[in-house]
Design a protein around this ligand. Sequence first.
Ligand code: S3P
Length: 172
Amino acid sequence: NPTSIRDRSIVLVGLMGSGKSTVGRRLAGRLGMRFADADDEIERAAGMTIADIFERFGEAHFRDGERRVIARMLAGKPMVLATGGGAFINPDTRALILRDSLCIWLDADIATLVERVGRRSHRPLLKNRDPAEVLRELAAVRNPIYAEAHLRISSASTPHDHTVRAILEALS
Ligand code: S3P
């Protein structure tokens, strides 16, 4: 049997607003693979929202649960997995993703990200902060780390379907 792109999970990484969940769901549809969103899985496992986990237990606790959930998903049948923006920044989680998947960085400029996250976000890192400022700070720290992904695809100011197509072309 020829090896196929479907033999390995595909993990999407990148900043908040880069389109990981939307692009991931559509990509999975096109490839006939299962899709999961790590943030949703964490909320389900914890029976709490991400915002509540951050508030009650702190970010370090969240990162630990995030790593365990991602490890469990990557141990199963190949799938497309959208991760929260900080997952790949955690060294243990990053090592796991790089080892067990084909990992794609969805890269977009700050203006695009700001537009997509909106003014009132449920995201704890944007709470009571100017989203543009937070995203600029995060991009400065994280972009060199996202660059370790196997593939980098721009999702800047383009409809998500274009991004899906760009990924399919890069994989073909
Ligand atoms: C985070 C991104 C969020 C979520 C949490 C932390 C981050 O996911 O995991 O709020 O550190 O960038 P999205 O990238 O899906 O918004």
